[in-house]
Design a protein around this ligand. Sequence first.
Ligand SMILES: *Cc1c(COP(=O)(O)O)cnc(C)c1O
Length: 217
Amino acid sequence: MGADSGSVQAIRDRIARAAQAAGRDAGDITLIAVSKTQPEDRVSAVLAQGQRVFGENRVQEAAARWSARREGLELHLIGPLQTNKARAAVGLFDVIHTVDRARLVTTLARLARERGTSPALFVQVNTGDEAQKAGCAPDDVDSLVAMVRAEGLPLRGLMCIPPVDDDPAPHFNRLREMAERNGLAGLSMGMSADFETAIAEGATHVRVGSAIFGERG
Ligand SMILES: *Cc1c(COP(=O)(O)O)cnc(C)c1O
């Protein structure tokens, strides 16, 4: 573990307190330990603490790290997915948080028909409408959600990454409204700096990297 990192248990305790403050059940919140670019010694230390749910942002890096010890783990893809990596991604991940365009939905649907199974999906929303940022435009959420459903894919909810310089709370709140009007229960939101705020706004999946593992090199 890095000197600046907390234990998994310390993060779980903070999740429990934030849930309680919000009148929520901590059991409804999944902690995704974001292991991207972290050295192996830190990852083994977190595995040794009993953590089994991990997030990665690159398909190939995740395959290299996890393929040989995939059993018993739940792997989440939280980084942008190129269409040409979709096949590898659906073969490795249990959950993909970054569905953000029609072409990717079409590809995932084709792979699901071929394989007879699909990872659970989240539609990523660019709540800040930032240029260059992944995620569909807020105006396109409803139609993309409808398309994922029409393809029969297992849609769990929505995901967002607020702009770095903004107060994240209004973004989390907006994401929740979009999920509610689409009848979606899952909300993937909140990172090391703001997961407690996200829990107050209804997060069901928090993606925590540096607060668990230490700063990325
Ligand atoms: C890296 C990353 C995280 C984790 O970030 P920390 O600030 O280290 O907790 C969460 N979500 C996404 C999409 C990321 O890329």
